[in-house]
Design a protein around this ligand. Sequence first.
Ligand code: GRF
Length: 207
Amino acid sequence: MLRLAVLVSGGGTNLQAIIDGIESGKIRDTEIALVISNKEGAYALKCAEKAGIDALCISPKAYDSGEAYDQAMIEEIDQRGVGLVVLAGFLVVLSEEFTKHYAGKIINIHPSLIPSFCGNGYYGLRVHEEVLKRGVKVTGATVHFVDAGTDTGPIILQKPVAVERDDTPEILQRRVMEEAEWLILPEVIDAIAHDRVRIEDKIAYVI
Ligand code: GRF
């Protein structure tokens, strides 16, 4: 049984996709052991509570240093026997110590086709605003392993989404969520739960 810790900051739609995926059997042999938000009152915490999942708010503001914040998170995660940390709309930049501690066992969902429209400052609606500004015809979402950089870890799975002429950032964000994020994140989690993800020479792929 793969036990997950899901880290969230906002709406929790990707968390909900994981909850629904486990419920429907799309994600097998997996359970969510813990949801952690950095934001008090994040709607994602309500999704977790509604599903009867242990949910905590651990705010960086409550700690004197990044190290202390890391330690608080690691303590809660490790005492629950977690095998995979999932960043699902999580907006705190994690330290190198944290990502090293979970090397190969931490993934993130990003709302573009990495390496386009990613890196510092590219999150949430800003990603889709830049996509529309640049006039690209295809965008999408990416699930990747998390390393010490921002959106730089090995890419595991991607899914393209067409950009339509009259898209607004909000319309495009919703389509990328519905047609890509909420599909590929559960797919990768199920693959990891069944040891079907490999990394060779820093290239990851699902077998
Ligand atoms: C989503 O676009 C996700 O790709 C990005 O944060 C946004 C909000 O995610 N990482 P959620 O609704 O909180 O899961």
